[in-house]
Design a protein around this ligand. Structure first.
Ligand code: ZN
Length: 225
């Protein structure tokens, strides 16, 4: 089952994997991690080298994808201590993608696992000239969340909001203009994530939805309709 717009509202899913359904009703930013992928027409996407694939692809091969006006972000890219790729190589590949994002004026869709100090170091090295850094699938402590927010990052929340609800009671304190909602690998959870997030912020779903939509439009410079 695909997610349907909550209460008929158009709310974008900031990060999704898989294949767009023909009857897709939610605007999703699909992730493309393979440069040979042929993106269906009318699909908007992020494209880049995942830290698990550092060393697997040549970044130059992504240029035609990056050139597309339907490519709204560079990534997902980033750093991951659980990856088989050596961290120095991951950093090199990530830095190249940061440079690409800066050059093209497109935001970064970031995957970060147990590398937040390294990420923050890179952020301060490249700030303030870079477009938005979106931390996708954020989960973790309040301290980690606010370190990232203080550095100017945007946090994209997904199923972690449901599973880790007990650890994310601080979600209500996250500034509303820094929140995106995503499904990552679980498109069917869209409505639940959105409803939960709105409830935690004590907002009617319709109001929360229009805030998330405005954030998406501002960050990705695209009206998700
Ligand atoms: Zn992902």
């Amino acid at each position: 089952m695909n997610g349907t717009p909550l209460n008929g509202l158009s709310v974008p899913d900031a990060h999704a994997h898989g294949v767009p359904g023909a009857d897709e009703q939610v605007f999703r930013l699909w992730n493309i991690g393979d440069p040979s992928c042929v993106v269906p027409e009318n699909v908007f996407f992020s494209a880049g080298i995942h830290p698990w694939d550092a060393g697997k692809y040549d970044l130059a091969a992504f240029a035609p994808l990056f050139d597309s006006p339907r490519c709204l972000a560079i990534g997902e890219c980033g750093l991951d201590r659980a990856s088989d790729a050596a961290l120095p190589l991951q950093i090199k590949v990530f830095e190249a993608q940061i440079a690409e994002a800066v050059r093209r004026g497109k935001p970064l869709m970031i995957h970060c696992v147990r590398c937040f100090p390294e990420l923050l170091r890179l952020k301060s090295a490249f700030a303030p000239d870079t477009p938005a850094w979106v931390i996708h699938g954020f989960r973790g402590t309040k301290r980690k969340a606010f370190d990232l927010l203080d550095a100017g990052c945007v946090l994209s929340f997904g199923a972690g909001l449901l599973r880790d609800a007990g650890n994310m009671e601080y979600f209500a304190e996250i500034p509303l203009d820094r929140i995106l909602i995503e499904t990552d690998e679980s498109p069917e959870l869209f409505d639940r994530i959105l409803a939960e997030a709105a409830a935690m912020h004590l907002l009617p779903p319709s109001e929360f939805a229009s805030i998330v939509r405005a954030n998406f439009e501002r960050i990705f410079r695209h009206d998700p309709v």
